[in-house]
Design a protein around this ligand. Structure first.
Ligand code: SAM
Length: 159
């Protein structure tokens, strides 16, 4: 299975980079996990609603350019569908069974994702009602992907 995480902006903090590298290493026995970073647009604090939409649209075009038709796409969105880790693990197992070998996860920039990106989603995936910083979200997502694979192997990692 190929897993791709498309996200906006470069990770700056070393502790985030280290955490991502650790989960990529742990995941290597199950799947190749590729992190694709697209450039972020400058988003100063005083943007009008129209300017904010414009930022999301430009970042969205960059995100969509990294996604191929065959990929099954989860877009992470606060208002998406929540599920338990066990349900997510089963979904991954089922997707594999039904021939989806390319799973892509999209994390929006600081303002979120554009309507075009949300439209491309096969699934809008919420990790709860809390707003998380997009950089931290990468780490949380990596851990949940790793957890899903550990659940599917029956590992005691998941309690
Ligand atoms: C800082 S958040 C964007 C906040 C923006 N106001 C919104 O509603 O999307 C940046 C990105 O992190 C991801 N994210 C943050 N919190 C999330 C959550 N609770 N569930 C799913 N994704 C989340 C989403 O992909 C979001 O586009």
């Amino acid at each position: 299975m190929n897993i791709k995480i498309v996200c906006v902006g470069k990770l700056k903090e070393k502790y985030f980079k280290d955490a991502i590298a650790e989960y990529q290493k742990r995941m290597s026995r199950f799947a190749k996990v590729e992190i694709v970073q697209v450039p972020d647009e400058k988003a100063p604090e005083k943007l009008s609603p129209a300017e904010m939409e414009q930022v999301k649209e430009v970042e969205g075009e960059r995100i969509l350019a990294k996604i191929k038709d065959k990929e099954y796409v989860y877009v992470l969105a606060i208002k998406g569908k929540q599920r338990a880790s066990e349900e997510f693990a089963k979904e991954i197992k089922d997707l594999t069974t039904y021939g989806h070998s390319d799973l892509t996860f999209v994390i929006g920039g600081s303002l979120g994702t554009s309507p075009a990106v949300n439209k491309r989603a096969d699934d809008l995936f919420s990790f709860g009602k809390l707003t998380m910083p997009h950089q931290l979200m990468r780490v949380v997502l990596m851990e949940q992907i790793y957890r899903a694979f550990m659940i599917n192997t029956g590992s005691p990692y998941h309690k």
